[in-house]
Write a protein that binds this ligand. Structure first.
Ligand code: GLN
Length: 469
């Protein structure tokens, strides 16, 4: 059986009895077992849970027929969870030796919502430990490889989720984006990645990295599927006071949309082919009737500094709970990158340095937010590159933290300002490595981004590709 590519195709196959959910799980597991040795995208494969859920899926189809999809909008959708998502009864490590044998007693709200919607959990994916990184190489359980070329990184921190999806080991996968960890690996693996508005999706039950920046999203092969998953995961949650329902005045899809091109995102250091992909995408949007507008976000150059002050400050506070007493292994089990961030964060928050670093960063954060507010008075969304370079080689930046931090230069602003971002694939470079772009919009403008993205896929006759291994 050929594994279906989209949610709709999965539903057609299940309802039309072309295959059962158990056969679907068989087929994904077969792929994982045969090929994941090359990628290292999974830390835990949850066969038993998957088969149990597949049997319930088949029962729902037998009992309800077509209506099964109405009751469970993501019926039979096989999902891989980044190992930061707490899954009741299934080991959750955050890719760190600290949580090597931690089995949560409860599931994250998003995990619960996806399960209620009918998904099948196939396993937990590798990532940079505690989501610290942009290449997947900070995992305590070995790096994940890029399925398009095994010598290259798949991006990070949601490395395993992106690589697994590009290799067709699942139909969707989840990620977290604190400074780019969904959009950048999506860009490096040629798939669609959604970083929702801050607060649009509950953070409850997801290992916290930096709580004012963390955004919970997912990877899919098409924009339509991304929207379907978001319909399920979004919304208020009693367990996360920052999670909100969409406001009544959320951005609407106007008949005439304007797309801003920020000059600061096309500066020095941007790879020529990466730039060309975005400019070519701009031409497609123009052909679709979208108006292109040159804009400026003048404080962009400070975003990376703001991020690397605010984020470690919050990391140092969040990682305080892993004291080895209540759960997990002792603090000596933290890897080098986590220790670096704990020290940096403690430093910028300590008496005497707080005003010079943390407080200053918070003031500049307001300036960055203001830049976007001003820009969105005139445009509906922004088109930009995701990463300054295409995927880099394994080991290329691993020994140089500052170089690695610069990989986030085009993604952190959306987190600093709490905005949604949709990364989309668009072609490959001369070395056969993925290219693409991101769309950013005002808070709670996901519907506008989806509309633009779906239309773009139609216009370019986009067909998702699976990396051959
Ligand atoms: N690469 C960024 C960092 O290391 C982003 C990480 C993330 O979004 N989780 O901080």
């Amino acid at each position: 059986m050929e594994t279906p590519l989209t949610i709709e195709e999965t539903h057609k196959g299940l309802i039309g009895k072309k295959f059962s959910a158990v056969e679907l799980v068989d087929s994904y597991l077969k792929q994982i077992k045969a090929k994941d040795g090359k990628l290292n995208s999974f830390l835990t494969v949850s066969d038993e849970v998957a088969y149990e859920q597949a049997k319930s899926t088949d029962k729902a189809v037998a009992g309800l027929g077509k209506d099964a999809v109405k009751v469970h909008p993501l019926l039979g959708v096989v999902v891989a969870f980044k190992d930061l998502f707490l899954t009741k009864g299934i080991r959750t490590t955050a890719s760190s030796k600290v949580l090597e044998s931690y089995v949560p007693a409860y599931s994250a709200t998003v995990v619960r919502k996806l399960q209620d919607a009918g998904t099948i959990s196939i396993g937990k994916t590798n990532c940079d430990a505690w989501a610290h990184g942009a290449s997947g190489e900070n995992s305590d359980f070995g790096p994940t490889k890029n399925p398009w070329n095994l010598e290259y990184v798949p991006g990070g921190s949601s490395s395993g989720s992106a690589a697994a999806l590009a290799a067709n080991f699942s139909l969707i996968s989840t990620g977290t984006d604190t400074g780019g960890s969904i959009r950048q690996p999506a860009n490096f693996c040629s798939i669609v990645g959604l970083k929702p508005t801050y607060g649009a999706v509950s953070r409850y039950g997801i290992v916290a990295m930096a709580s004012s920046l963390d955004s919970i999203g997912h990877f899919t092969r098409t924009v339509g599927d991304s929207e379907k998953v978001f319909q399920v995961t979004k919304g208020a949650d009693d367990y996360d006071s920052t999670a909100k329902d969409f406001p009544d005045d959320a951005a609407e899809i106007k008949p005439h949309l304007k797309l801003g091109i920020p000059k600061e995102y096309f500066g020095e250091g941007l790879d020529r082919e990466a730039e060309k992909a975005v400019l070519d995408a701009a031409k497609v949007f123009k052909k679709m009737g979208v108006e292109l507008v040159d804009i400026s976000l003048p404080h962009t150059k400070y975003a990376i500094s703001v991020y690397y002050i605010v984020q470690p400050a919050e990391v140092s506070s969040n990682l305080g709970r892993y004291d080895g007493t209540r759960f997990g292994n002792p603090r000596a089990s933290f890897g080098a990158e986590a220790k670096r961030r704990i020290m940096l964060g403690t430093y910028v928050l300590s008496a005497g340095y707080y005003d010079a670093y943390y407080l200053k960063a918070m003031k500049v954060r307001s300036k960055i937010i203001q830049d976007f507010l001003i820009a969105f008075e005139n445009v509906d969304a922004i088109l930009a590159p995701v990463s300054p370079t295409p995927p880099f080689k394994l080991g290329e930046k691993a020994g140089n933290p500052l170089q690695m931090y610069l990989a986030d230069i085009l993604t952190v602003s959306a987190n600093v300002a709490g905005l949604p971002g949709l990364a989309m694939p668009f072609g490959f470079n001369s070395k056969g490595l993925p290219l693409g772009f991101q769309l950013m919009g005002p808070r709670f403008s996901e519907e506008v981004l989806f509309a633009l993205g779906k239309e773009f896929e139609k216009e370019t006759e986009y067909k998702p590709k699976v990396a051959k291994l």
